[in-house]
Write a protein that binds this ligand. Structure first.
Ligand SMILES: CC[C@H](C(=O)O)C(=O)SCCNC(=O)CCNC(=O)[C@H](O)C(C)(C)COP(=O)(O)OP(=O)(O)OC[C@H]1O[C@@H](n2cnc3c(N)ncnc32)[C@H](O)[C@@H]1OP(=O)(O)O
Ligand SMILES: [Co+2]
Length: 146
């Protein structure tokens, strides 16, 4: 399997607007994608980006996720961590099916089916207990950039 770049760090938040204000006003990050709902994934999502020394956007993306709906997969996380917190890491791969095959042969538990993620490409998740305690998302690299 050919591992690509770290695409984003997922941060679970109880209040999306307060989190955007924090990243924009306290941290000087740029909101590159305003909040949008992913009902099929049970989350509201927004992306912020940390600029380089010249103020230009870099590829370092933070994905803010807020629970959406009663059955959100992050409702339990927020219940345990009411202030929110670092939730997952997302790595890019060239071929999502080859990656699924690889992790399966390595005995890593895959959480649910491959589905379309926030970047519009196929993703799947690996159980944190099999991944050094980190919930890990694998996403296929968007064609033509990130
Ligand atoms: C897809 C759109 C977007 C994108 O980038 O494209 C996203 O990334 S959306 C992200 C939200 N979606 C998901 O996270 C889907 C995958 N997640 C799951 O299936 C669940 O969250 C799961 C199974 C990882 C945890 O579910 P839940 O919290 O309900 O179960 P438990 O409380 O029983 O947890 C089991 C065990 O794992 C520990 N845990 C839970 N969440 C995390 C985490 N984020 N990082 C590390 N560890 C985690 C939890 O503490 C339990 O450990 P234990 O020692 O047994 O207490
Ligand atoms: Co993600």
């Amino acid at each position: 399997m050919k591992l690509g770049r770290l695409n984003h760090i997922g941060v679970a938040v109880p209040d999306m607007q307060a989190a955007l204000a924090y990243y924009r006003d306290i941290m000087g990050a740029q909101v590159i994608t305003e909040p949008f709902d992913l009902p099929e994934q049970g989350v509201k999502v927004a992306f912020v980006n940390t600029p380089d020394a010249h103020g230009e956007p870099t590829g370092t993306q933070i994905e803010l996720i807020e629970p959406l709906g009663e059955s959100s997969p992050i409702a339990g996380f927020i219940a345990k961590n009411p202030a929110g917190g670092q939730h997952h890491l997302c790595y890019e791969v060239e071929d999502i099916e080859a990656a699924r095959e690889w992790f399966t042969t390595q005995g890593k538990r895959i959480l649910g089916p491959t589905r379309i993620g926030a970047h519009g490409t196929p993703i799947f998740f690996l159980h944190p207990k099999d991944m050094l305690g980190q919930l890990t998302e694998i996403m296929e690299t968007p064609r033509g950039g990130h």
